[in-house]
Write a protein that binds this ligand. Structure first.
Ligand code: XUL
Ligand code: CO
Length: 450
């Protein structure tokens, strides 16, 4: 055991140190256990690799986990041991990885692949022993300097080929570890200036790479889902997968709709100028809701801070959308999150996960209360009641065109639309969030707007 001072983290429902207050894995809510609703996962890169380096200084956390870092395999195995201990103590059933999170990249592709084979043999044994599973895998095609101008969107065909070779291996590893998803995050798939960029060719090539990956993965028996993880910027000034809507446009333009879903990340939504809920709704409405990178950004910063989530409001709206979308199938809530640079101890990692898991557990509980309360959904439904009958139904059913609508409008001046009652709805949310019970009268008892 690497961290004997840290116990298994129990659900206590109180304020005890190192315990869950709201996450009670086996408690059944709306017909499913909390564990099934949430499907939490650990991100190998943040939890086991990131040491807190930033633009102005190196790492503050020791993530050698007792190993000699120059012995790459001993170091890789120590990270795996630490990861499994952390997951077991927290009751997290899944992890997500990039190829070279698992073991340091070697000078050649062949040697790198050998290292990956060896470390995944080790990880697979630990998975069999513990029952821990792989939620999704992905490929790091952005850190090495060869990918400075992108991978699938590189101006160099040799780099495209190298990225394809690396992705091939990452897909094989995902299949080997039984991953139920494969993620494309467009690391440096974007541009800095159009003065040197053929945007059309770059996007076509990106689509080609995704198609090759799908074709190969299916040919070796991958049955899971593919996800694109939209992000508007960072590291590129402009990343091609800006947000869910523009990524859907990319998928449609290249005949990939139906083949690829979304991995929606909270902090990426913030960077795109959207709420997390907006991105989730856009995914569900387009039939591409897949998985979630659960973290949170800082609204005052323009970069990806990848903080552990603590915003219950946002987590509640997220779980509302997840439930609305029918819950997770192959996806889950991956903590693409790291402790702050000043929170550098192993205990801080546990606090990060406990707060993150409790935030989502509380969000789930509150989302269920909002659903059971019913007023919010009912209000939204009734707001559009005019499309159920009469001219509204004709519009929806395609029975009315401009001529009919002109005829209709010549005979009557429309009334103002019903009040949106945003403030009242926000009040209802607050009552449920902070008091756990409704305070107001039912909305339809409220007098109509004047
Ligand atoms: C980067 C990011 C990635 C992906 C996986 O912003 O979110 O870590 O989640 O490549
Ligand atoms: Co992410």
């Amino acid at each position: 055991m690497l961290f004997p001072e840290i116990p298994n983290i129990p659900y206590r429902g109180g304020e005890d140190f190192l315990s869950f207050r709201w996450y009670n894995p086996d408690e059944v809510i709306l017909g499913k256990t909390m564990k099934e609703h949430c499907k939490f996962a650990l991100a190998w890169w943040h939890t086991l690799c990131a040491e807190g380096a930033d633009m102005f200084g190196g790492g503050t956390a020791d993530k050698a986990f007792g190993a000699d870092k120059s012995d790459y395999m001993a170091y890789a195995k120590a990270k795996a041991d630490a990861g499994f201990e952390i997951m077991q103590k927290l009751g997290i059933d899944c992890f997500c990885f990039h190829d070279h999170d698992l073991v340091e990249e070697a000078p050649t592709l062949a040697e790198s692949n050998k290292r990956l084979d060896e470390i995944t043999d080790y990880i697979k044994t630990k998975m069999d022993e513990t029952g821990i599973k792989c939620l999704w895998g992905t490929c790091n095609a952005f850190s090495h300097k060869r990918f400075m101008a992108g991978a699938g969107t590189s101006p160099s065909a040799d780099i495209f080929a190298y990225a394809a070779a690396k992705i091939k291996k990452a897909v094989e590893l995902t299949v080997k570890l039984g991953g139920t998803g494969y993620v494309f995050w467009g690391g440096r798939e974007g541009y800095e200036t159009l003065l040197n960029t053929d945007m059309r060719l770059e996007q076509e090539n990106l689509a080609r790479l995704i198609k090759m990956t799908i074709q190969y993965a299916r040919s070796i028996g991958f049955k899971g889902d593919f996800y694109i993880e939209p992000k508007p910027k960072e590291p590129s000034k402009h990343q091609y997968d800006v947000d869910v809507a523009s990524t859907c446009n990319f998928l449609r333009a290249h005949g990939l709709m139906g083949e690829v879903k979304m991995n929606v990340e909270a902090n990426h939504a913030t960077l795109a100028g959207h709420t997390f809920q907006h991105e989730l709704r856009a995914a569900a409405d387009n039939g591409v809701f897949g998985s979630i990178d659960a973290n949170q950004g800082d609204l005052m910063l323009g970069w990806d801070t990848d903080q552990f989530p603590s915003d219950v409001y946002s987590a509640t709206m997220c779980m509302l959308e997840v439930i609305r979308a029918g819950g997770f199938t192959n996806g889950g809530l991956n903590f693409d999150a790291k402790t702050r640079r000043m929170s550098y101890t192993i205990e801080d990692i546990f606090h990060g996960f406990i707060t993150g898991m409790d935030t989502y557990a509380l969000g789930l509980r509150k989302a269920c209360q909002l659903i059971e309360d019913g007023r919010i959904a009912q209000f939204a439904e009734e707001r559009y009641a005019s499309y159920k009958t009469g001219i509204g139904a004709d519009i929806v059913l395609g029975k009315a065109g401009l001529v009919e609508l002109e005829q209709y409008s010549l005979q009557r001046e429309p009334q103002l639309p019903p009040s949106g009652r945003q403030e009242m709805l926000e009040g209802i949310v607050n009552c449920i969030l902070f008091e756990g019970k409704p305070r107001m009268r039912r909305w339809n008892d409220v007098p109509p707007p004047v």
